[in-house]
Design a protein around this ligand. Structure first.
Ligand code: RM4
Ligand code: MN
Ligand code: MN
Length: 443
């Protein structure tokens, strides 16, 4: 059994740093509590600040295995020292994100990128690191060495039934791997589409996707969900078969009750009202989960909340609203939170720590919205009061709450600071021989 994790950050390093920072954090928290008292926020949280920080601490998400190394563009890639070289090392890095940031006790795998001989060994290795597995991801948007048929002109939507069959088989294999490691969902994102008008039959291409996905859905293990992820363009530049939430919803409705739509925050054209997309999917009982990230232009895969933090808050506002609305069926409303980012210039571990923080920040602020007051402002068409209710929650500095939520779970009050002082990358640079050396770090 492979149990060699290599260098890990000592827990006393975190504890010592926390001891130094705790008094100031407690001061800030006391000031926030006083302000909440004045604003009447604590009337809604009988357990006081403790109750709010507990709820924040309980909110967690999964780290993407493919986000643990430096990403790149078609122009190049500039990896740093000590980066992961295989799936086991990805798990150690993911465990480090969770150790410091709290809130990321799961990993989402991508096959064949993360394929290993023995999935059970992987499961035990992850468990020993305190990690579980969230949704599995299949990959029929690239050709793999030795693959029989090419996905150049599509996979689940291909005109050739033999290519579709190969893509279906791959998804089934991903599910059985996922079953072995304790995952309970399969996310399907396909790049199928066309670069030019006329290239593909618009209606029939979706019919073929639905037919192929139905074959995968038919084999969905008990208790599993099939998540379909939309994206407007790239790699296909004229037409993408599963291009928007409406198409995802149609797929779900054709497949059956265990199919749900996955919203990758960056998979929308500029200006799209993403919180409304989320609300529609909740309304239809088909919101399956998220790929958290942010973007300025397209599928930029930047750190969540780095470009449009207000949008992220408004998305979480819909989620907190749904979670408290008795009209929303809680059997179907159980979104999975996963990160999907590409870190081209940030250290991937630092970037992921940042995402956990940003997602929790948006969630914490959404918790502060007085829903009863907002409802009554909406009913009275009081535009200004309604907006002010949202803004007042959004503008609250919730950093003390986030710090306390981490501290309560033994994570770091200052996660990036501890990460930098720990020498993690230097140590991993020694251990992981194939990674970029310090001297080859791009300047
Ligand atoms: C896609 C999409 C998928 C992800 C791949 C790597 O743009 O976001 O979720 O699996 O990238
Ligand atoms: Mn995605
Ligand atoms: Mn993407």
């Amino acid at each position: 059994m492979n149990r060699d994790f290599g260098f890990r950050i000592a827990s006393n390093l975190i504890a010592e740093a926390n001891d130094r920072l705790l008094p100031a954090l407690e001061d800030d928290a006391a000031a926030l509590a006083a302000s909440f008292e004045r604003r009447g926020v604590l009337r809604r949280f009988q357990g006081g600040l403790d109750e709010i920080t507990e709820r924040i601490a309980a909110f967690s998400m999964a780290v993407p295995s493919w986000g643990l190394g430096t990403g790149g563009t078609r122009f190049g890639r500039f990896p740093g020292p000590g980066e992961r070289e295989n799936v086991f090392q990805k798990l150690v890095d993911a465990a480090t994100v969770h150790q410091l940031a709290g809130g990321a006790p799961a990993v989402s795998l991508h096959l064949p990128w993360d394929r290993t001989g023995d999935p059970l060994e992987l499961k035990e290795y992850a468990a020993a690191l305190g990690l579980a597995f969230d949704a599995m991801n299949s990959n029929t948007f690239q050709d793999q060495p030795g693959q029989k048929l090419s996905y150049k002109f599509g996979s689940l939507a291909h005109t050739d039934p033999a290519v579709r069959e190969q893509a279906i088989e791959h998804n089934l294999e991903v599910m059985s791997f996922g079953q072995a490691i304790g995952s309970r969902a399969l996310t399907i994102w396909i790049g199928d589409g066309a670069d030019y008008p006329g290239q593909v039959h618009l209606r029939r291409s979706l019919d073929r996707v639905i037919e192929s996905m139905a074959r995968v859905y038919a084999k969905l293990p008990r208790g599993w969900r099939l998540l379909t992820e939309h994206k407007p363009y790239e790699p296909a530049f004229y037409y993408t078969v599963v291009q928007d939430w409406g198409t995802s919803l149609r797929i779900c409705q054709e497949l059956g009750p265990h199919a749900f739509a996955l919203v990758d925050l960056g998979h929308h054209l500029p200006g799209t009202n993403v919180e409304a997309v989320v609300a529609r999917l909740i309304g239809a009982g088909r919101l399956g989960g998220f790929h958290l990230n942010d973007s300025k232009y397209g599928d930029d895969d930047l750190t969540a909340g780095s470009i449009k933090p207000y949008q992220l808050f408004l998305v979480f506002n819909e989620l907190v609203d749904a979670a408290t609305d008795p009209q929303v069926d809680k059997q179907t409303y159980a979104p999975a939170f996963m990160i999907d980012q590409s870190h081209n210039t940030k250290d991937p571990i630092e970037a992921l720590i940042g995402t956990v923080e940003e997602a929790r920040r948006a969630y914490a602020k959404a918790l502060l919205v007085d829903r009863e007051a907002l409802d009554s402002f909406q009913d009275a068409n009081d535009v200004v009061a309604a907006e002010m209710e949202l803004k007042s929650a959004y503008e609250t500095d919730v950093r003390p709450l986030l710090g306390l939520a981490r501290w309560k779970r033994g994570a770091a009050i200052d996660p990036v600071g501890v990460f930098r002082r720990s020498g993690y990358r230097r140590e991993k640079g020694r251990e992981r021989k194939g990674g970029a050396s310090l001297s080859s770090r791009p300047t």
